[in-house]
Design a protein around this ligand. Structure first.
Ligand code: SF4
Ligand code: SF4
Length: 162
């Protein structure tokens, strides 16, 4: 978070200039431990979207969504300080993701990451989801050249009709 009164010397400059307020540009939501087929399917849906990350650590599972805070000012400082949220106030800017890696046991960034995880763990209820992701990936790969052919065909038709 960005602090006019920095926790450590130079932290405010690091936050606003070097880091550009990275921790004010996403939200994190704790989620229940996935157990059922539907839970894994829902996680697949999250991961199909850009800017979504799923993590697991000793506190459990979380979803992170990239989206800048509306209180973030143009200079990458918090416009509402010191009246910002407790979540922000409790954040330790001396040990953040910019100054060192965060300690997750697991990070999933895509549907394929999820498929690999489910296959590695051999989770029975997750197996259908891993298979569906693999099938979708094959379909995507096959669709790509077909799409180009279709576009080329359209261009050819346009020339023929000119
Ligand atoms: S991620 Fe760290 S360096 Fe960046 S704004 Fe947040 S506290 Fe500051
Ligand atoms: S309220 Fe301020 S400190 Fe908290 S996320 Fe938004 S800009 Fe950052």
């Amino acid at each position: 978070m960005t602090h006019p009164a920095p926790l450590a010397k130079g932290q405010f400059e690091i936050c606003t200039q070097d880091c550009k307020a990275r921790c004010c540009r996403y939200i994190t939501i704790s989620v229940a431990t996935p157990r059922s087929r539907d839970d894994w399917d829902e996680m697949r849906w999250w991961l199909a979207h850009d800017g979504v990350l799923v993590t697991k650590d000793e506190d459990g599972w979380s979803v992170h969504v990239e989206t800048p805070c509306g209180n973030l000012g143009r200079g990458n400082a918090c416009d509402v300080y010191p009246h910002h949220m407790t979540t922000c106030k409790d954040y330790n800017a001396s040990h953040c993701e910019f100054t060192g890696p965060l300690d997750y046991d697991l990070e999933l960034e895509s549907e394929l990451d999820l498929a690999r995880y489910l296959e590695r763990r051999k989770l029975k209820r997750g197996a259908p989801i891993a298979r569906a992701i693999r099938r979708a990936e094959r379909t995507r790969r096959q669709a790509a050249p077909h799409g180009l052919v279709t576009l080329a065909g359209l261009a050819g038709s346009a020339r023929a009709n000119a």
